[in-house]
Design a protein around this ligand. Structure first.
Ligand SMILES: Cc1cc2nc3c(=O)[nH]c(=O)nc-3n(C[C@H](O)[C@H](O)[C@H](O)COP(=O)(O)OP(=O)(O)OC[C@H]3O[C@@H](n4cnc5c(N)ncnc54)[C@H](O)[C@@H]3O)c2cc1C
Length: 385
């Protein structure tokens, strides 16, 4: 395990993918020129545009790797990686569909029934259906197996009661993935079940959790005897823990864990070119670009491993730890090279982007599992704990 953990098969980007990359770049260039969106930092959390999501769906750039039978496009993970990378680099508004397309669709494909696949996947691939991931609860984040939201069987249906927090995009979601406790017997991990719950189900209340900068991405979602049929169970009763750990491995492995602040770094490169007299800028920016290159190679290696049918959950945890720290370091370097008072909405492009990134940087190492928890995963795989 130790050897394979430390060996990531690094491969150069496949040149055969360049035409697809150019196609996506051309599309994004035209969209920006047409005023369809203004690039933002941390776009996969902050930039929500259902209209833009539908445009991506119409181009076949959502659900790319899923089978055509379920609305997908039968393309490779490497092709999807190219599309995702370009969207993130451009700071495009992808948050509306992000959770549904990145992890929910795949979970349904891998663990759902055919009826569930047909019911949910095509609409996600069209960019028309958005999901909220209702996992975290007050006092239950890192220790997710301690979830207290209860689902009780009543005849052939279930009643869900509990409170979830930090549910990204719940206010625009049409469905939720809800992790709930269905048994208190045995190991706490074994009593968890995942449900697919329509947002319109009576008994669900969605309240905004507004960030300090006034933005609204998070929500508190409460369930008060919300009733769903037996067919809402994904993967079987008591299978929630296996499902969520597999899903989190996917969630942690993408290029969004290194590219959230790329729009800022691009501006820094441009500034360093213009500000030729700045002594430190070439060195600091150069180091960041070199780190990015290394991280990208590692991230591509994880993607290739997934493509090959492997399970690089530990490598993904490692790359996420390094990648999210890099994202934060970009923001710190931007502030120290050309100090700006964070003013979101500032007329100057650099000031505005840095302000956006400053406000979001504290979240980079938390979301999707904190870095301390990820290091615990790596340490366990190395036999150190
Ligand atoms: C931008 C963003 C989006 C999010 N979106 C969603 C969402 O859509 N759905 C959802 O369900 N959740 C979401 N979350 C919540 C996220 O998953 C949790 O914040 C995260 O899992 C940490 O949980 P916590 O906040 O309860 O922190 P805690 O678990 O209370 O951790 C507090 C501190 O203790 C440390 N710690 C905890 N346990 C250990 C340990 N065993 N070893 C070492 N250190 C430890 C942590 O690293 C951290 O520094 C989101 C969070 C953010 C920031």
């Amino acid at each position: 395990m130790t050897a394979s953990l430390l060996q990531l098969r690094v491969a150069a980007p496949d040149p055969a993918l360049q035409p697809l990359r150019e196609e996506v770049r051309g599309f994004l260039h035209d969209e920006i020129a047409a005023g369809s969106f203004v690039p933002v930092a941390d776009c996969w959390v902050r930039g929500s545009s259902p209209a833009f999501s539908r445009k991506l769906g119409a181009r076949g750039w959502l659900g790319m790797t899923w089978p055509k039978a379920f609305g997908g496009h039968g393309r490779t993970n490497q092709e999807r990686y190219v599309v995702i990378e370009e969207l993130l680099a451009a700071g495009a508004p992808v948050a509306a569909h992000w959770v549904a397309e990145r992890q929910i669709g795949l979970s349904i494909l891998r663990r759902g029934t055919d009826a569930q696949r047909h019911a949910y996947m095509p609409a996600i691939a069209r960019g028309e259906s958005y999901f909220g991931a209702c996992y975290s609860e007050p006092d239950v984040g890192s220790d997710l197996a301690s979830v207290r939201t209860r689902a009780t069987r009543v005849g052939s249906s279930w009643r869900i009661t509990g409170r979830k927090v930090w549910t990204s995009q719940a206010h625009i979601a049409d469905h939720f993935f809800v992790l709930a406790r269905t048994s208190t017997e045995g190991r706490k991990h074994d009593g968890l079940t995942m449900f697919i719950v329509p947002a319109t189900t009576p008994g669900i209340d969605i309240r905004p959790l507004v960030s300090l900068n006034g933005e609204h991405h998070f929500n508190e979602v409460t369930f008060d005897e919300a009733a769903v049929p037996d067919t809402a169970v994904l993967s079987g009763e008591g299978k929630g823990w296996q499902l969520i750990t597999a899903e989190l491995a996917i969630e942690r492995s993408g290029p969004e864990r290194i590219l959230s602040t790329l729009p800022v770094l691009r501006e820094m490169v441009a500034r360093a070119r213009l500000d030729a007299g700045h002594r430190d800028a070439p060195v600091v920016v150069g180091e960041l670009v070199a780190r990015l290159r290394t991280l990208r190679a590692m991230s591509l290696a994880v993607a290739a491993e997934i493509e090959a049918g492997g399970d690089p959950a530990v490598q993904a945890a490692l790359v996420k730890d390094l990648g999210t720290r890099f994202e934060g370091d970009v923001v710190a370097a931007a502030r120290s090279l050309w100090p700006v008072a964070p003013r979101q909405g500032a007329a100057d492009r650099y000031d505005d982007l840095v302000a956006q990134a400053v406000m979001h940087a504290p979240t980079f190492t938390l979301r999707g599992g904190t870095n301390e928890v990820l290091r615990g995963i790596v340490a366990r795989a190395l036999g150190l704990r």
